[in-house]
Design a protein around this ligand. Structure first.
Ligand code: 13P
Length: 247
């Protein structure tokens, strides 16, 4: 499976800023086929990004979606809407959604089901808080998040990627050590093979949390790390391109 390098822009960039970014970024992307490259702009930029990325080899993803196809859900966006503008991926259950917007494991599970039904590939985010890590709860927290998210869709673990994003490492400037990440990735890998042995090795496990051009290579040296989910350092096309080609 090709390794995946994904940029999560979060709530950054207007449509005109998106245009400017993608024009620059596409000039820097030399061999998109050697790895999978994904941009996840905000909803308002998806349409223009989809048009500009078409045929480039760089993929498009959303940062969230609703679990219904349509209906009275003011302010929400559905999987078919994302599909039509060219999205292939959707980030689901990011810790900011869990913490700031009250997303439960149950809602995250519904969103995963909805993405799979629409043929979108979800990137499920999991990760422990600092308090949970200090209390020795890391594996328990990750196991609960993974099991509840995948409940009822165990047969489709080959159509999902998982991003391990320790909450304390996100936006802090202090990433997990590659050793800590490898330990958790190995745990998730074992858990996945328990959940569905038939799909063994077919789910990518990405690391996210303060990834920068300076440290990306240290993570990508390890075969347990199948890619990166990058926040802040994906906002500049040059820095994101450096990360993409760091390994
Ligand atoms: P930073 O790379 O800014 O720490 O964000 C990580 C993240 O949350 C990606 O989804």
């Amino acid at each position: 499976m090709r390794r995946l390098i994904a940029g999560n822009w979060k709530m950054h960039k207007t449509v005109s800023e998106t245009r400017e970014y993608i024009e620059k970024f596409l000039r820097l992307v030399e061999h998109p086929e050697s790895r999978e490259i994904l941009l996840c702009p905000p909803f308002t930029s998806l349409y223009v990004a989809g048009e500009m990325l078409e045929g480039s080899g760089v993929k498009l993803g959303a940062q969230n979606c609703h679990y219904e196809k349509s209906g009275p859900y003011t302010g929400e966006v559905s999987p078919p809407m994302l599909k039509e503008v060219g999205c292939e991926y959707v980030i689901i259950g990011h810790s900011e959604r869990r913490q700031l917007f009250g997303e439960s494991d149950e809602v995250i599970n519904k969103k995963l089901v909805a993405c799979l039904e629409e043929g979108l590939r979800p990137i499920l985010c999991v990760g422990e808080t600092r308090e949970e890590r200090e209390a020795g709860m890391t594996f328990k927290v990750i196991e609960t998040q993974v099991r509840l998210a995948l409940s009822g869709i165990e047969e489709h673990t080959d159509r999902i990627d998982i991003a391990y994003e320790p909450v304390w490492a996100i936006g802090s400037g202090t990433p997990a050590t590659p050793q800590d990440a490898v330990e958790v990735h190995t745990f998730i890998r074992q858990l996945l093979s328990e959940i569905n042995p038939k799909n063994e090795g077919r789910t990518r496990i990405l690391y996210g949390g303060s990834v920068k051009p300076q440290n990306a290579k240290e993570f990508m040296k390890h075969e347990e790390i199948n890619g990166l989910l990058v926040g802040g350092a994906s906002l500049d096309p040059e820095s994101f391109a450096q990360i993409v080609y760091s390994f």
